[in-house]
Design a protein around this ligand. Structure first.
Ligand code: KIV
Ligand code: ZN
Length: 522
């Protein structure tokens, strides 16, 4: 048994592709296999060659073209499966046949129900051991590298499992896979099982013990790691944890747990972790299974900090809230996600990253604007901040301020707007109809302030993404041969439009009154 390194066995292309509703063609499989080679996995289980002609070809293509890892094919413990795997794998420089059978009582009783396997459960179990031995010997005709899986080990009768393991090692299995096929095990128990197997099976030192865990109870990664603690020196899993039912152990989590907690596991893998993020995204895309934002290691939020306390600590020293560095797994750099809970420190940090160095007073003003936006949006993006800051545009004093705007529109209603404007000579209120909601708002504003500048141009665009994106409206108005441009930003496009109109009017009024005091718009 190797004590130096944990062998990483990736089964994304076999067990991963068994995830409901997914399918990978040969081309997609080849691309993923090439990426897995860059990632540095030791073994790629490329498919189940007997299962379909397409899968046979995919395994063969990978065996022909992918250099580096051992290429493996799955088979049941029957000669025709083993031959198909052997033929598909033949072009590979290093090839492995992964054969085996169900060994829990429920698997044997149900799958070997036919009397040809014996009449009693005991007889069937005897026959299953023989089939395992025959399968390993047969597979060794194709390659010296034979892995035997004892399917449903997590629920198997322990004495029988020990017997099977000893028999298949004697027959020539070089790796023995102890799968928790149904995700039934709990870590302490599973780790102890592996340790006991290694301690008690007389020939255990002649093989590498592998763990292959499913996530039905959300414990696949914990069980895999417990297996490593128990002495397993091969871990099986899939990228993003995709796979049958609730999936397999997520390889990126297993690998990074072993690496990050080397102090505890005292062992490592040969994985080039910088390729993890890219591999994760490639697999997600190919299978049409997006990575959840909160997914450990590779999720979009795995290195994102949002709450004020965390952001403050993270800015002072990322290690306060990060146990891995995003660059270690090839993830985009850590992010401060700006939300209403982020606080001034986070806002100042992001503004500095964007190149804005503002005074304390300016930060205070931006913060108020930021909170207004953040209360309406889940996340405030960089473009939102740029829009809030206004790019440092110097603007005229706001003679008119839009204090209230209410617009009704829809099928079967006349678009109506009511506005309340604060002016230097008091508050103005007006209600107006229009051709549409924006037109009604503009008409109400004109009536409130008693001016009728000609609207020359109007445009609106989303400056951020998502359904709660910020809209930026730009208007051009004309009065006495002069043109004035106004801009307004809001998550509500009618409000953005009204603000832009009022902004243009203020510029017009300022120009008419002569030079005015300028200030930075915040
Ligand atoms: O979960 C399982 O038992 C398997 C075997 C075929 C290895 O995927
Ligand atoms: Zn499996």
């Amino acid at each position: 048994m190797s004590g130096e390194k944990v062998v990483v066995f990736d089964t994304t292309l076999r067990d991963g592709e068994q995830a409901a509703g997914t399918h990978l063609g040969a081309r997609a499989k080849l691309e993923i296999a090439q990426q897995l080679a860059r990632l540095g996995v030791d073994v790629i289980e490329a498919g189940f060659p007997i299962s379909s002609p397409e899968d046979f070809e995919a395994v063969k293509l990978i065996a022909t073209q992918v250099q580096g890892p051992t290429i493996c094919g799955l088979s049941r413990a029957v000669p025709q499966d083993i031959d198909a795997a052997g033929q598909a794998l033949a072009p590979a420089k290093r090839r492995r046949i992964h054969t085996g059978l169900g060994i829990s009582d429920i698997h044997i009783a149900s799958k070997f129900a036919d009397e040809k396997y014996g009449r009693t459960l005991e007889e069937k179990k005897r026959r299953a051991v023989e089939m395992g031995i025959e399968a390993v010997r047969y597979a060794r005709k194709h390659t010296d590298d034979v892995e035997f899986y004892c399917e449903d080990s997590g629920r198997a009768d322990k004495g029988y499992l020990f017997e099977v393991v000893e028999a298949v090692i004697d027959a020539g299995a070089t790796t023995v896979n102890i799968p928790d096929t149904t995700g039934y095990s709990v870590p302490e128990q599973f780790g102890a099982l592996i340790a006991e197997l290694i301690a008690k099976v007389p020939n255990s030192r002649k093989a590498i013990f592998s763990v292959h865990c499913h996530d039905d109870l959300g414990m696949s990664v914990a069980n895999t790691l417990a297996g490593v603690r128990g002495g397993a020196r091969q871990v099986e899993g899939t990228i993003n944890g995709v796979g049958e039912r609730a999936g397999n152990a997520s390889l990126e989590e297993v690998v990074m747990a072993i690496r990050t907690r080397k102090d505890y596991f005292g062992i490592d893998t040969a994985i080039n972790a910088k390729e993890l993020y890219r591999t994760s995204r490639m697999v997600a895309e190919a299978l049409g299974m997006p990575v959840p934002a909160n997914k450990a290691v590779v999720g979009a939020n795995a290195f994102a900090h949002s709450s004020g306390i965390h952001v403050d600590g993270f800015i002072k020293n990322p290690l306060t809230y990060e146990i891995m560095r995003p660059e270690d797994v090839g993830s985009p750099k850590s992010a401060v996600i700006l939300t209403a809970r982020t606080g001034r420190a986070g806002l100042r940090h992001r503004l500095q990253e964007l190149g804005y160095t503002l005074s304390k007073e300016e930060i205070d003003q931006v913060y108020q604007r930021f909170l207004q936006i953040a209360d309406r949006k889940k996340e405030v993006f960089d473009e939102d901040l740029t829009a809030i800051i206004g790019g440092g545009i110097r603007v005229v004093e706001q003679v008119y301020v839009l204090e209230y705007l209410h617009v009704t529109s829809g099928t079967g209603t006349l678009p109506t707007a009511s506005v309340k404007m604060r002016a230097q000579d008091g508050t103005k209120i007006a209600v107006a109809l229009g051709d549409g909601p924006v037109d009604a708002a503009y008409e109400a504003i004109r009536q409130a302030i008693g001016m009728t500048p000609k609207l020359e141009e109007y445009s609106i665009r989303a400056v951020t993404s998502g359904k709660d994106a910020l809209g930026e409206a730009t208007v051009r108005i004309r009065e006495n041969g002069r043109t004035f441009i106004g801009r307004g930003v809001s998550t509500d496009i009618i409000e953005a439009s009204a603000k832009a109109y009022v902004d243009a009017i203020n510029r017009m009024v300022a120009a008419q009154a002569g030079p005015a005091e300028l200030r930075i718009e915040l």
